[in-house]
Design a protein around this ligand. Structure first.
Ligand code: SF4
Length: 415
């Protein structure tokens, strides 16, 4: 990875951790890893970074595993089991004032042989279970709020034991993030969630890798499992689906070799992206919202994945005006050959040539649904490939979803 960067940019890549002085070759070159983050930068950006009021640091570095889809073991090849965070927390407090929460960016903290010490230190810093934080509001009132500890890169469910869960329950953890990247870990994942519930941890989150070796069906199943667990155990589990992109890829476009999973189509990926626009990337904890967004079962999920983008993003409007029913009926009325032809275009997710190739055939009448709002999207997104697009996604219960999501912060890595 470092060699690739050096080939593209005139620079020298320093590999491994910057945890000893002098690694960059400057005279005043300190241990970069121990430097206090510059919170003043957060004042200069034009959006509110959600973790502004948190100590942001690491206790461990690297990971013991080498999951092929993950960059961690390439960037931080050695696992460091423990490094005290007290000094950094004290320094942040003295420079920028005390912070309410603790955001730990560890990649695999459960792999640490000092895990009990880590928990003890977190508690000693004032982040024990039920810990609160008092501050003066702008109006001069004293406000007391719950403190949260967030291992925001997630925990490796394969290393969770009852003993470690008991330790986690001693700190103000919220949410508890567990990776659920593979349906093969279904039983283990469910067992871990039950264990969390047993220890009174009620706010959970999980990373759901998709477009890797998984299938759309098992992706849906992983999301649905959380809905069932929420209902059964009275929990609030939010899912963060994370689309796999080849580590060697220089962009996130699905047309780039390696970025399209062998069991996925461009259309399915684009449809999931459309659904997730409504939820800011989060799958809510409540069944009605989940079933509206992703479908009541796998059959309905697969139907939504085929829907024209505009129908997914403005679902209520197109259901109310009958377009969704017409679209579905027209698809089912096509002859086998026409259906095959139409679906091959739909699954390619490229509708630019439709008006030039087809005339007033049943295939064209069906494909016209995909042109609704398409010009607008083309202008908006510059081309028809799947990239980092934004859209004016409208969903009626967005406000209630925002309330459900609360203070969850977006993840950056995955387990
Ligand atoms: S996905 Fe998680 S467990 Fe796997 S290598 Fe990356 S950090 Fe480690």
């Amino acid at each position: 990875m470092g060699d690739d960067i050096q080939r593209e940019v005139a620079c020298k890549v320093v590999k491994g951790l910057l945890d000893t002085p002098g690694k960059l070759g400057y005279v005043d070159d300190d241990s970069i890893d121990g430097i206090v983050p510059d919170y003043a930068i957060l004042e200069e950006i034009d959006y509110k970074y959600p973790a502004t009021n948190a100590y942001i640091t690491y206790v461990t570095r690297g990971c013991i595993r080498k999951c092929p889809f993950c960059a961690v073991h390439r960037i931080e090849p050695e696992f460091r089991h423990y490094s005290s965070i007290k000094e950094q927390v004290d320094e942040i407090s003295s420079r920028y004032g005390a912070k309410k929460d603790l955001l730990l960016l560890d990649n695999n903290v459960l792999a640490s042989d000092r895990f009990a010490d880590i928990i003890a230190e977190i508690k000693s810093l004032g982040f024990e279970r039920g810990a609160t934080f008092s501050y003066n509001s702008k109006g001069g009132r004293t406000v007391t709020a719950q403190r949260y500890v967030d291992f925001n890169q997630g925990l490796d469910g394969r290393l969770l034991t009852e003993e470690k869960m008991a330790l986690l329950s001693e700190i103000a953890i919220r949410p508890l993030r567990i990776a659920f990247d593979d349906i093969a870990y279904k039983d283990l994942y469910i067992e871990n969630v039950r264990l969390a519930a047993k220890y009174g941890i009620t706010h959970l989150s999980n990373y759901v890798l998709f477009n890797y070796l998984d299938t759309p069906d098992d992706f849906y199943e992983r999301l649905k499992i959380n809905i069932r667990l929420n209902e059964e155990l009275g929990l609030r589990i939010f899912s963060f689906p994370m689309r796999y992109v080849d580590l060697k890829s220089k962009n996130r476009l699905v047309d780039t070799p390696g970025n399209l999973g062998k069991n996925w189509t461009k259309k399915q990926l684009r449809s999931i992206q459309c659904i997730l626009h409504a939820t800011h990337g989060v799958v809510g904890a409540k069944r009605p919202f989940f079933e509206k967004a992703f479908g009541q079962d796998i059959q309905e999920f697969n139907k939504i994945a085929l829907m024209p983008e505009d129908y997914i993003m403005h679902r209520y409007r197109h259901e109310d005006d009958g377009s969704v029913d017409r679209w579905w009926q027209q698809l089912n009325d096509l002859s086998t050959q026409d259906k095959e032809e139409a679906l091959s275009i739909v699954l390619s997710n490229d509708f630019r040539k439709i008006p030039y190739i087809y005339s007033s055939t049943p295939v064209m009448q069906f494909l016209e649904h995909y042109l609704v709002g398409y010009e607008k999207q083309l202008n908006l997104f510059a081309d028809a490939q799947l990239g980092d697009r934004t859209a004016d996604f409208v969903i009626r219960d967005k406000v209630s979803l925002n309330n459900q999501v609360g203070d969850l912060q977006s993840p950056t890595y995955i387990h």
